[in-house]
Design a protein around this ligand. Structure first.
Ligand code: SF4
Length: 345
C-alpha cells in the first residue's frame, strides 16, 4: 500500500521551488463551434504565490472559469482548445505534460471546487465513502483508515458531529454543509493550489460569509495559494490579496485588493464596484453596467469594453486593443484613459 503512495508522488514532474507557485502567461483558449470560433480567453495572465489569495473577477462569459479549466486540464476538447500560452506550476509548463502527468498534478497539487456541490457529489454514496475514495484510490488506504481520514476532514471543515455525519448522504446536508464537504474533498491530498469557482454563488448571504471565512482560515493554516473566481466584488473584499479583473477573455486590470477598491483604473472595474449594493445608499437606484458582455465569436474592435464604457471615445474603437499600462508599482490597467478614470492623475 505504501508503495502506491510513493509511486504517485514519485511520478510527479520535477519542479523548481524558487519559481512562482502558479503563473499563467499569455493564455489563449478558443471554442470551435458551428456558429464560429468563440475566443473565450485572449491572453490571460497572472501570478500566484504560496499563502496568497488571488481573486479573478468579471461577469459571466468573461473567461474566468475557462481559464480555470485550462489550468486544471479539464477543458472539453473538442470544442475547447488551448491555442497559445503557458501555465507554469513551480516552473513546469502543465500544458506540455502528458495527460497522465497532468492527472497526477491535478490529484495532488492543484485542486478545484465548483459552484454546485450537489451535482458534484454522487447522491447514492455517503459523503464518508466519497471522501474515503480519494484516500483509497490515490494513497491505497484500507477502508477503515480512509473512513478515519474522512472524519478528520469533515472535522477540519467544521462539520459538527463529524463521526456521525460521515455516514450521511449528500441530500442530508444543507447547501453550505455540502460546500464544506466539497472543500474537504478538494483538500484531502493537501494541494498547494486551490481554485474555487464561484464557491458561494448558490448559498445565502450568511452562509456565503461562513464559507469564505473557512476558505481563508484553511488557506492560512496550510499556506496554500488560493484562486477565487467570482462575479461578485463584495464577496472577495475581506479575503483577497490581489485582484485580476477579466473582460472578454483578457485581464483588464490587476492590482492589490485595497488599490482596486480605493482607486480603480479601468472603467469596467469601476462599474463593477458601483454595482455593489450599499447600505448607506438605501433607497437609491443601484448602478448596473449597461449592455451585455460581448459575443465571443465577434468581439468588438479596439477596446472590447467600448460599447458599454462611459469614457469611450474614437481612439477606443480602433485596433489594437489597449495594452496593459503600468498604473503603479506592479499594477496595470488596459485603458488608454486610466488616469482620467482615476480622477486626473
Ligand atoms: Fe473605456 Fe476606452 Fe478605456 Fe476601453 S480604452 S475602457 S473604451 S476609455
Amino acid at each position: 500500500m505504501t508503495t502506491d503512495i510513493k509511486t504517485e508522488i514519485d511520478f510527479l514532474p520535477e519542479t523548481d521551488s524558487s519559481a512562482a507557485l502558479l503563473e499563467v502567461r499569455d493564455l489563449h483558449v478558443e471554442f470551435r463551434t458551428r456558429d464560429g470560433v468563440a475566443h473565450a480567453v485572449n491572453g490571460a495572465r497572472f501570478r500566484l504565490q504560496s499563502g496568497q489569495t488571488l481573486a479573478i473577477l468579471g461577469e459571466s462569459g468573461c473567461g474566468k472559469s475557462v481559464t480555470a479549466q485550462a489550468i486544471m486540464g479539464i477543458l472539453d476538447t473538442p470544442p475547447g482548445f488551448v491555442t497559445k500560452g503557458e501555465v507554469l506550476y513551480r516552473g513546469v509548463d502543465l500544458l506540455k505534460l502528458s495527460e497522465d502527468e497532468r492527472r497526477r498534478v491535478r490529484a495532488n497539487k492543484i485542486a478545484m471546487i465548483f459552484q454546485d456541490a450537489l451535482s458534484a457529489l454522487n447522491p447514492v454514496f455517503t459523503v464518508g465513502f466519497q471522501l474515503g475514495e480519494v484516500f483509497r484510490k490515490h494513497l491505497g488506504m484500507s477502508r477503515a483508515d480512509a473512513k478515519k481520514r474522512a472524519i478528520e476532514l469533515l472535522d477540519m471543515v467544521r462539520i459538527p458531529a463529524a463521526a456521525q455525519r460521515v455516514n450521511n448522504y449528500p441530500h442530508q446536508f444543507s447547501g453550505g454543509m455540502r460546500q464544506r464537504v466539497m472543500i474537504a474533498m478538494a483538500l484531502a491530498l493537501d494541494p498547494e493550489v486551490l481554485i474555487a469557482d464561484e464557491p458561494t454563488t448558490a448559498l445565502d448571504v450568511t452562509v456565503q460569509a461562513q464559507i469564505m471565512k473557512l476558505l481563508a482560515e484553511l488557506q492560512a493554516e496550510r499556506n496554500m495559494g488560493l484562486i477565487l473566481i467570482t462575479h461578485d466584488m463584495g464577496v472577495v473584499a475581506d479575503v483577497a490579496d490581489w485582484i485580476s479583473v477579466m473582460y472578454a477573455g483578457r485581464v483588464v486590470e490587476e492590482a492589490p485588493v485595497h488599490d482596486i477598491y480605493a482607486r480603480p483604473a479601468h472603467p469596467y472595474t469601476k462599474a463593477l464596484l458601483e454595482s455593489i449594493p450599499r447600505l448607506d445608499l438605501k433607497g437609491q437606484q443601484l448602478n448596473v453596467i449597461k449592455g451585455l458582455p460581448p459575443n465571443l465569436t465577434a468581439i468588438p474592435s479596439g477596446c472590447a469594453f467600448h460599447p458599454r464604457c462611459r469614457y469611450a471615445r474614437d481612439a477606443c474603437r480602433v485596433d489594437p486593443p489597449p495594452p496593459l499600462y503600468e498604473t503603479g508599482s506592479g499594477t496595470t490597467a488596459a485603458c488608454h484613459f486610466w488616469k482620467e478614470v482615476r480622477g486626473g492623475e
